[in-house]
Design a protein around this ligand. Structure first.
Ligand SMILES: Cc1ncc(COP(=O)(O)O)c(C=O)c1O
Length: 343
């Protein structure tokens, strides 16, 4: 079975498991876990931030970022396909009592200054208060598309001139860095808070970090506890994340290459599907189905029978994600099977 549903399906390698088994641990609710401390310091330094907090998931780190930077009644501006808007189960309104203001970007899910400008509210007592701009890089639902550093810089300067705070959903920031050659720190400098995941391209079993100032992280630690995210001997899993950060960041570029190869084969050979090759910028591929009203769940289960697991992208598209546990040969083979089926 070639499983391309997500880059979250990877399993820890023998070397990672060994490192985890050896990890010195302590009670992290008492802030006494040495492995968690090491991970938090290393990721904060990599992103050029004062501090970081290890959390169970990217949903939690995103939601903490929203929570600690808003007041109930504020508004958060984000792209209409953003993870926070589509896949976090209304958490922002549920937990932080803010309103999300989704903006549909005209191209590749990448926001422009005009998009953001249109979304900012006029100052009036009866209007929401525009407080936070969220950028997702890479942009998952848009097909792994990438913000250039120039776009991030201009958006950040504009947002700040309008009094907005900035959060980066960098679940796959590693893939954006691998594709552009821009360092995590260069991207991160334009944001107040940054969320990064260890459990996607880096291949760790669990966890994400929110990074920001000491003050952000003190507030985030308190909210993490309120939301039930205080973990005891978390060093066991933090060790997997640290191993991943140290050893698997460089290789993420291979996943981008695998995805590109996979996309090329399908774009060339599948008669009933198209791929916007310009949008294949990292490790995610969206396959748009040309058939009318496609039964996506049937297509997915037929492909599983043929040995390839994909997931649903948007309503009429399939999604494939390259990762650590598939080879380029497997991606080519899977592409052949998918192309044949979609012809
Ligand atoms: C862009 C983005 N942000 C956040 C998340 C949430 O991560 P988690 O699954 O760890 O909650 C994901 C998960 O796929 C994601 O793609």
């Amino acid at each position: 079975m070639i499983d391309l549903r997500s880059d979250t399906v990877t399993k820890p390698s023998e070397a990672m498991r060994h490192f985890m088994a050896q990890a010195p641990v302590g009670d992290d609710v008492f802030d006494e876990d040495p492995m968690v401390h090491e991970l938090q310091q290393e990721v904060a330094a990599l992103l050029g931030k004062e501090a970081a907090l290890y959390c169970p998931s990217g949903c939690m780190t995103n939601q903490l970022a929203v929570n600690i930077q808003t007041q109930p009644g504020d508004e958060v501006i984000l792209e209409a396909d953003a993870h926070i808007f589509n896949y976090e189960t209304t958490a922002a309104s549920f937990l932080s009592r803010v309103q999300l203001n989704p903006v549909r970007a005209k191209s590749k899910g990448i926001l422009t200054i005009n998009d953001v400008d249109d979304a900012i509210r006029e100052p009036a007592y009866y209007m929401p208060i525009s407080r936070l701009l969220v950028i997702e890089n890479t942009h998952n639902r848009a097909g792994g598309t990438i913000y250039t550093i120039d776009r991030v810089k201009e958006l950040s300067e504009f947002a700040r001139s309008k009094g907005l705070l900035m959060h980066l959903d960098g679940a796959r920031l590693w893939n954006a860095c691998a594709a552009t050659g821009v360092s995590p720190k260069e991207y991160a400098q334009h944001f107040d808070t940054v969320s990064v995941c260890f459990s996607k391209g880096l291949g760790a079993p669990v966890g994400s970090a929110i990074c920001g100032t000491n003050e952000h992280i003190t507030k985030a630690r308190r909210m993490r506890k309120i939301w039930g995210g205080g973990m005891r001997q978390a060093g066991i899993i933090a060790a997997g994340a640290l191993f991943a950060l140290r050893n698997n960041r460089e290789r993420v570029k291979d996943d981008n290459t695998k995805a590109h190869k996979f996309a090329e084969i399908i774009a060339k050979n599948a008669k009933n599907a198209t791929i916007d090759m310009e949008s294949v910028e990292s490790n995610i591929v969206l396959i748009d189905l040309k058939v009318k009203n496609p039964d996506v769940s049937k297509i997915l289960s037929d492909l599983t029978v043929k040995g390839v697991k994909l997931s649903q992208g948007k309503k009429t598209s399939l999604r494939a994600v390259a990762h650590l546990d598939v080879t380029i040969e497997e991606c080519e083979k899977a592409a052949g099977i998918v192309a044949e089926y979609l012809s």
